[in-house]
Every structure is written in structure tokens, then in C-alpha cells.
Design a protein around this ligand. Structure first.
Ligand code: CMP
Length: 143
């Protein structure tokens, strides 16, 4: 079963959007297999966003993502990687469609509420940065 890494950013946490966002993925039918509220170290943030190291906004990105708690999650389900990205909407909230998370709640590209893995490779990499294998709950739904 496919898994993805989703992270509610400091703006989403401070605007009390954790419940709203978790609810959307629950109602869609995906399964939450790990979650924690955590403040990222600069090192972890730089590792997570390593592919953006040469971008002019890299410093701003790392400063923001370490500025307060994030809500780190692993979700499981069929096509969860691409479907979660559809549910999140475009990276720039100004271009994100109404009904998507960023379209409904985002204000600016640097504070776009949520991050989600963009491929199976990045999902595997990002999950391993934030969670140990024993923190992932593998279970079959019984209710
Ligand atoms: P995310 O999906 O977390 O991946 C990289 C992040 O970089 C992206 O969401 C945006 O929040 C951020 N980002 C992209 N472009 C810019 C920009 N021009 N200025 C600041 N942050 C940006």
C-alpha cells in the first residue's frame, strides 16, 4: 500500500488547522499511520528541503519551517501521494483552486500551510527523515 509524508507547517499549526486538515484526509478514506507535533532542527529542515538548497528562498524556507511546531504525518492508501497533492492544491495559494487546502486556507507561497511528498522516492526519503520504522502503525481496519 502506498504511503506519503504530509506536514502541516507552522502557519497551519498556529492557525488551528490541524483538525480541519486531518479530517479531510480521514474523510477521503486514507489511513493515518504516524503523526507527531515537533519543532524541526535547522539540520533536519536543511536535509528535508535539500533539493531546494540552491534556490534564493532556501534560507527563508528553513527559517520559517523551524519557526514553530509542525505536525508531521504519514498517510497510507491507494494513490495517496498524487491524491494528497491534488487535495493540497498548487504550491502558490494564489493559484490553488477553491476546495483545496491551500486554495481554502493559504495566503502566500512561503506560508502555504502544508507540505506533501511529490513522488514515491521523496515519500520514502521524507518518511525516513521524520519517523523510525517502529513508529509506523501497520494495521488492517477492523471497524
Ligand atoms: P513545499 O511543498 O513545502 O516545498 C518547498 C517550499 O518552498 C514550497 O512548499 C513553498 O512553501 C516554498 N517556496 C516556493 N517558492 C517560494 C518562494 N518564491 N519564496 C519562498 N518560499 C517558496
Amino acid at each position: 500500500m502506498e504511503r506519503t509524508y504530509l506536514m502541516i507547517k507552522p502557519d497551519g499549526v498556529q492557525r488551528n488547522l490541524i483538525g480541519e486538515i486531518v479530517s479531510r484526509f480521514e474523510k477521503k478514506g486514507f489511513t493515518l499511520v504516524a503523526a507527531k507535533l515537533t519543532i524541526l532542527s535547522k539540520e533536519t529542515a536543511e536535509t528535508h528541503y535539500g533539493e531546494h538548497k540552491e534556490r534564493p528562498f532556501f534560507g527563508e524556507l528553513v527559517d520559517f519551517i523551524t519557526s514553530g511546531p509542525v505536525f508531521a504525518m504519514v498517510w497510507q492508501g491507494g494513490n495517496v501521494i498524487s491524491t494528497a497533492r491534488t487535495m493540497m492544491g498548487a504550491t502558490n495559494p494564489a493559484e490553488a483552486a477553491p476546495g483545496t487546502i491551500r486554495g481554502d486556507f493559504g495566503v502566500q507561497v512561503a506560508m502555504n500551510v502544508i507540505h506533501g511528498s511529490d513522488s514515491p522516492e521523496s515519500a520514502a526519503r521524507e518518511i525516513s527523515i521524520f519517523f523510525n520504522e517502529e513508529e509506523l502503525s501497520a494495521y488492517e481496519k477492523t471497524v
